[in-house]
Design a protein around this ligand. Structure first.
Ligand code: HSC
Length: 694
């Protein structure tokens, strides 16, 4: 084997030149890889002892894309386009051997090869759109030439990969090799030579473009079909334009157009935020004071206490990950009802074709119901999901502590209570942790994990790994009122209500936040969650909220009662503004002695968002979150903050911390202490720092 660069080497096997890429962990296309492939092709091209070339990756995967850490920096060595052109122009057949994931620039490299083979577990795709960019190394020009325009549009704008079988069906892969992939790829390359098969240059193939040439409406139809899903995002539109260029322009011109559209995105705020978020998500899985090599507790079984909406949703995550669940309720009736809901949810997924009947049966077979807490004595982890009452939870944790085996983790799904206190009623406080799932728990990606002062490193590391196993994105935070997500949400809700008192209507506030990119505004969200919950909590605490209380006093609990801040006519989920609510709001302003005024959209946005940013700063000051980026992960995955705005802390950077600070100072003068900028924000401004470092 000859080293070409420190990441790429060349070897000859059975008369075939093998270019071996080795750039762990995911064989990203760093400068050394690009340089190595280019030189490897040159070497193989003139090596008389070989008649063909195989592109092979060591380690767990084929090339998973461009090296994202190089983005925004000056280009070193050959560009990827140059490397791919080299592969395509090689005088000997080049075969890409794909295992793991050929993603982004990885698939684009493989599309430069004359043939592709894969093992059965391989997946291929162009996920650039998820980073706010588009495939910038010919992917938008070559993929439609292989799979046709409709499928290319689908793959490029969704970013979702397809498996090897599908890739073979659509002609992306010539052969799926069940046995040794490297040997199979070498044999395939030799067969190409022996049979005198052509060197297929995808850039020359135009047949699959004809369908779209004959029916240019394909593009507008497609735009319409994804409009709702891609609202607010810039990259999908540029992806469509680039594929359109593949149809309308000759290949070299198409490449130029692709590059322009790529650069437009690459330098924009959205992509900066989305690329930042890619790393933020991966960082969040690491806890600064918990070493990587911390031993983990084996989790093979799970107990859940409470078969209500949360308990049932949580159970579904574990069942889908193949982890048996025992779910406990106080009465048989409640248990039956809870299990029936789980079954109904799975059945709905099956009927939509998103799950097989077999998979559903497997999940249900892993579920055991019980009305006896003693049945949790052998489980590895228990998650409590009962109603929010400290005394009841303390009693439950005392019982669980006595029943559960030594070493079992006792977790609570509380979103409001002090978990330090809960842990302290047990003899194993180091095994107690908060696992705060978001509703609907089987859908929402976020798992806000809450460490107490005593939670052990092993328990934290185990729960972070467990989150990944059940398909969640975890972020570790500390104990405080509302933890990170709800604490910041409360600041927004308080301002949203204040804005109503001063002159806005629910539909004004909701529209502004919807346009910002949230799936819905605070009042539509309150109606969805149920207004009675907050009302009861306020009653318990002896606090009032004139507008919210008046709405609840009329029995307007939200969507479930057909009205709340809005009307929901005939069971519809579409909110319609209601004059009765307007009257309630106007009356509340009058009684508070407030003269209502017209409030601009700009003020609504700032009044709702800036206090959240300020609260995020306080959370960091107090060490409740260990990184600003963890806060962003919580808001994107738990509350639908638009990822193209990176999360509240990254958003603050993008608009300028000084602007946020000065506006808060102005609001403080006008509206009082609530807006007082935090000490951290003041310090960051003074030191001209940013939260995201970008
Ligand atoms: C691209 O390819 C653009 C092209 O179109 C080329 C454009 C050319 C420009 C032309 C100019 C006009 N880079 O996720 P994991 C790190 S865009 C750098 O935990 P898994 C990751 O941060 C790219 N680093 O593993 C982590 O580091 P840590 C398109 C990357 O097994 C470690 O690897 N490709 C990286 O759960 C492990 O990652 C993609 O978007 C990258 N490309 O999942 C694919 N990819 O350990 C992105 C990963 O320090 N990657 N890292 O935290 C993934 O989706 C997942 O990582 C995999 C593995 C599914 C590959």
């Amino acid at each position: 084997m000859t080293a070409i660069t420190d990441m790429v080497s060349y070897e000859v096997e059975d008369g075939v030149g093998v270019i071996v890429i080795n750039n762990p962990p995911v064989n990203a296309l760093s400068a050394g890889v690009r340089e190595g492939i280019k030189k490897g092709i040159e070497i193989a091209g003139i090596d008389d002892s070989v008649s063909a070339v195989v592109l092979w990756c060591d380690g767990r995967t084929f090339i998973a894309g461009a090296d994202i850490t190089e983005f925004g920096k000056p280009l070193v060595g050959p560009s990827l386009n140059e490397v791919i052109a080299h592969i395509e122009m090689c005088p000997k057949p080049v075969v890409a051997a794909i295992h793991g994931t050929a993603l982004g620039g990885g698939l684009e490299t493989a599309l430069g090869a004359h043939y592709r083979v894969a093992n059965p577990g391989a997946r291929v795709g162009l996920p650039e759109v998820k980073l706010g960019i588009l495939p910038g190394a010919g992917g938008t020009q070559r993929l439609p030439r292989v799979v046709g325009v409709p499928m290319a549009l689908q793959m490029i704008t969704s970013g979702n990969p397809i498996n090897a079988k599908k890739a073979q069906e659509v002609g992306l892969v010539s052969e799926v090799i069940e046995t040794d992939l490297k040997a199979g790829a070498i044999a395939f390359a030799k067969k190409v030579v022996a049979e005198g098969k052509p060197l297929v240059k995808i850039s020359d193939q135009n047949e699959r473009l004809q369908e779209a040439k004959d029916n240019p409406a394909i593009f507008d139809d497609f735009r319409k079909s994804i409009a709702r899903k891609t609202r607010g995002f810039q990259a999908p539109e540029n992806c469509i334009k680039a594929v359109q260029a593949a149809v309308e322009l000759p290949f070299p011109e198409g490449l130029k157009r692709e590059r322009e559209l790529f650069m437009e995105l690459m330098t924009g705020e959205q992509s900066i935020s989305q690329r930042y978020f890619f790393f933020a998500e991966r960082q969040a899985a690491k806890i600064p004071d918990v070493p990587k090599e911390t031993p983990l507790i084996d989790i093979n079984t799970c107990g859940i206490v409470g078969a209500g909406t949360m308990g049932g949703g949580i159970a579904m995550n574990f069942l889908q990950a193949g982890i048996p669940v025992t779910i406990v309720e106080t009465t048989q009736e409640a248990l039956d009802k809870g299990i029936a809901v789980i079954e109904k949810n799975y059945a709905a997924t099956v009927s939509k074709g998103r799950m097989s009947q077999e998979a559903m049966d497997k999940c249900m077979s892993l579920l055991t119901g019980s009305t006896n807490l003693e049945d949790l004595k052998d489980v590895d982890i228990v998650i409590e999901a009962i109603f929010e009452n400290m005394d009841v939870k303390k009693e439950l944790f005392t019982k669980l502590d006595a029943i559960c085996k030594d070493g079992a983790i006792l977790a609570t799904n509380t979103s409001t209570l002090n978990i330090d206190e809960i842990g302290d009623v047990t003899k194993r406080p180091e095994y107690v942790i908060g696992l705060h799932f978001f509703s609907p728990a089987n859908v929402m990606k976020l798992l806000e994990e809450v460490r107490t002062k005593k939670t052990s490193a092993t328990v934290m590391a185990t729960c972070m790994a467990l989150a990944k196993r059940i398909g969640k994105v975890p972020a570790m935070v500390g104990v405080c009122e509302g933890f990170v997500g709800n604490r910041m949400l409360h600041r927004r809700s308080e301002q949203a209500t204040e804005l109503l008192m001063e002159g806005a209507l629910p539909q004004d506030v909701d529209r502004v936040l919807f346009d910002f990119g949230f799936p819905m505004g605070p009042f539509a969200m309150a109606d969805l969650a149920g207004n009675d919950v907050g009302w009861r909590i306020r009653q318990g605490k002896g606090v009032t909220s004139p507008i919210a209380d008046a709405i609840c006093e009329l029995g307007r609990f939200g969507q479930k009662t057909g009205s709340g801040y809005y009307l929901y006519k005939d069971g519809s989920r579409t909110p319609t503004p209601d004059p009765i609510v307007e009257d309630i709001i106007i009356k509340a302003s009058k009684e508070a002695g407030i003269t209502r005024r017209k409030i601009s959209d700009d003020e609504i946005l700032k009044r709702c968002i800036y206090p959240m940013i300020n609260e995020g700063c306080k959370i960091l000051e107090e060490g409740i979150a260990s990184r600003a980026s963890d806060i962003d992960v919580i808001w994107v995955y738990g509350y639908g903050w638009p990822v193209y705005r990176g999360g509240p802390m990254r958003y603050a950077d993008s608009i300028g911390l000084e602007n946020v600070y000065n506006t808060l100072l102005e609001y403080e003068k006008e509206h009082g202490e609530f807006f007082k900028p935090s000490a951290l924000l003041a310090k960051m401004v003074e030191e001209k720092k940013t939260f995201s470092g970008v």
